[in-house]
Design a protein around this ligand. Structure first.
Ligand SMILES: NC(=O)c1ccc[n+]([C@@H]2O[C@H](COP(=O)([O-])OP(=O)(O)OC[C@H]3O[C@@H](n4cnc5c(N)ncnc54)[C@H](OP(=O)(O)O)[C@@H]3O)[C@@H](O)[C@H]2O)c1
Length: 433
């Protein structure tokens, strides 16, 4: 995009438009990469309009630490973005919150540049402008967009090959919920573990974004047994979604529970936890089974970095030599979407996922949507393990009527959260030319 570089701009705010102004680029039907043919005088007016300052809402990670480190800012720029060849400008309608951003906020995500930086790896929206050499996208297209970071803002510039046309029936929230969770689950199950009929899979964090995606993808193959660990309150939902054996990891030893049902263990373990859970996962594998390691959630115990939990996770990690691995007849692999730079692999998996969506075989489960000013609450929901499915962030400002009308209606608790929210969302003007 670069979402990774300086954020781009949006149309001037509504109140700045004058009746005689030419329509903004997004409202004017135009050919990709260029303006419609107009008389010279109109061209001049269009140019004047284009060079007006633009401003946009953006969430900025200002330092590592707790919720208050992510601030809502309004940035301004004296002129619109100059798109390079192969780039498109997207007005973002919804963005995904991922576990990686909880890690990023704590300074534990290696791919995130140092603050100040805008996080966010996925979003959906509408194309507002296209650069030269962009042939298969046009202004007005609804797209899913991906980036290593930088998606948590109203406007982003992304390379066109990092955008995917959304099916008509897909909502912006679903579009933003799909890429990271489903690509991760798809690559692990189908590309690495070669999931086939009759196999069994252990899915940890089964009520989370990746967990639900993995469960749905398991349903696309015949007779797959899914063991899913999650808090007890979420079992009904995940069982409805296809988890054959929900297990409450908080009150029960999941290894014992699985052995009771399947004494030989399981064929595939997807491990987002790390530490001692990786060892347990390896021990649970049947002969020729595969463990896919893809996270270290055990390092995270709350809003602030916990060095003890990190040390414990690191100390307890699975340690193997290749001779022992050979003798065990098991496979161990690792997956990290952020470190996967093969665009063809990503695109071809995305096309397959969008086709599965069109066929009604997968559907992102949206847990909740929060406006940018509520980002602290959104992160809190995930940290406190309340989400079932995907947490979405909406760039659009929260409407007055959506806010609780009185403290009495809001209740004591919500009042406290709102106060916190105001602190976090203090708007900061930034000149970024
Ligand atoms: N390698 C990759 O490319 C890649 C890509 C995406 C995600 N991931 C990893 O996959 C995992 C899931 O990510 P996600 O974005 O889909 O998040 P998520 O699963 O929606 O995360 C939140 C849920 O996970 C459970 N959980 C377990 N341990 C937790 C902890 N220490 N802190 C908070 N929640 C915890 C909670 O559910 P319960 O109440 O049921 O415990 C919670 O509601 C993470 O480890 C993430 O790093 C890796």
């Amino acid at each position: 995009m670069s979402g990774e570089e300086a954020p781009t701009q949006q149309q001037p705010p509504e109140q700045e438009k004058k009746p005689e102004d030419p329509p903004p680029a997004a409202d004017a039907p135009q050919e990709p990469g260029g303006s419609p043919a107009t008389p010279a005088v109109e061209e001049k007016e269009v140019k004047a309009e284009e060079e007006k300052p633009v401003s946009w809402r953006v969430l900025v990670l200002t330092g590592h630490g707790g919720y208050d480190k992510v601030k809502l800012q309004v940035k301004t720029q004296s002129k619109p973005p100059q798109l390079k060849a192969g780039e498109v400008l997207v007005r973002v309608k919804a963005c995904g919150l991922n576990f990686a951003e909880l890690l990023g906020r704590q300074g534990l995500y290696d791919l995130l540049p140092a603050p100040p930086v805008t996080m966010g790896m996925e979003g959906s929206g509408v194309i507002e402008a296209v650069g030269d050499d962009v042939e298969d996208r046009k202004v007005g297209d609804r797209v899913i967009a991906m980036s290593r970071c930088g998606m948590w803002q109203e406007m982003v510039v992304v390379p066109v090959n990092r955008t995917f046309l959304m099916p008509e029936e897909m909502s912006f929230e679903e579009g933003a919920a799909l890429p990271v969770n489903y690509l991760t689950a798809y690559m692990m199950l189908f590309e690495m573990a070669n999931l086939r009929p009759g196999k069994s899979v252990l899915v940890h964090m089964a009520a989370g974004g990746v967990g639900i995606a993995a469960t749905q993808l398991c349903q696309t193959i015949q007779d797959v047994t899914v063991f899913g660990t999650a808090s007890a309150s979420k079992h009904e939902t995940i069982a409805r979604g296809g988890v054959t054996h929900p297990i409450d990891y908080r009150t029960k030893d999941y290894v014992e529970e699985i052995r009771k049902i399947s004494p030989k263990g399981v064929d595939i373990v997807l491990d987002p936890l790390g530490g001692s859970d990786t060892q347990k996962g390896f021990s649970l594998l049947k002969p020729l089974g595969i463990l896919v390691v893809f996270g270290a959630a055990n390092c995270v115990t709350g809003q602030k970095k916990n060095l003890l939990a990190m040390a414990k996770t690191w100390y307890n990690q699975l340690s193997l030599n290749t001779l022992k691995l050979m003798q065990s007849n098991k496979a161990v692999s690792g997956f990290h979407l952020g470190h996967l730079s093969d665009e063809e692999l990503i695109s071809s998996a995305m096309f397959k996922l969008l086709e599965l969506y069109r066929q009604g075989k997968i559907k992102p489960c949206i847990d909740s949507c929060y406006h940018f000013e509520e980002v602290a609450e959104a992160m809190k929901r995930m940290h406190e393990r309340q989400n079932v499915g995907k947490v979405i962030l909406l760039p659009e400002p929260k409407k007055e009527e959506e806010k609780p009308k009185s403290a009495a209606e809001a209740g004591e608790n919500e009042g406290a959260i709102n106060k916190k929210e105001e602190e976090v969302t203090e708007e900061v003007k930034a000149e970024t030319d």
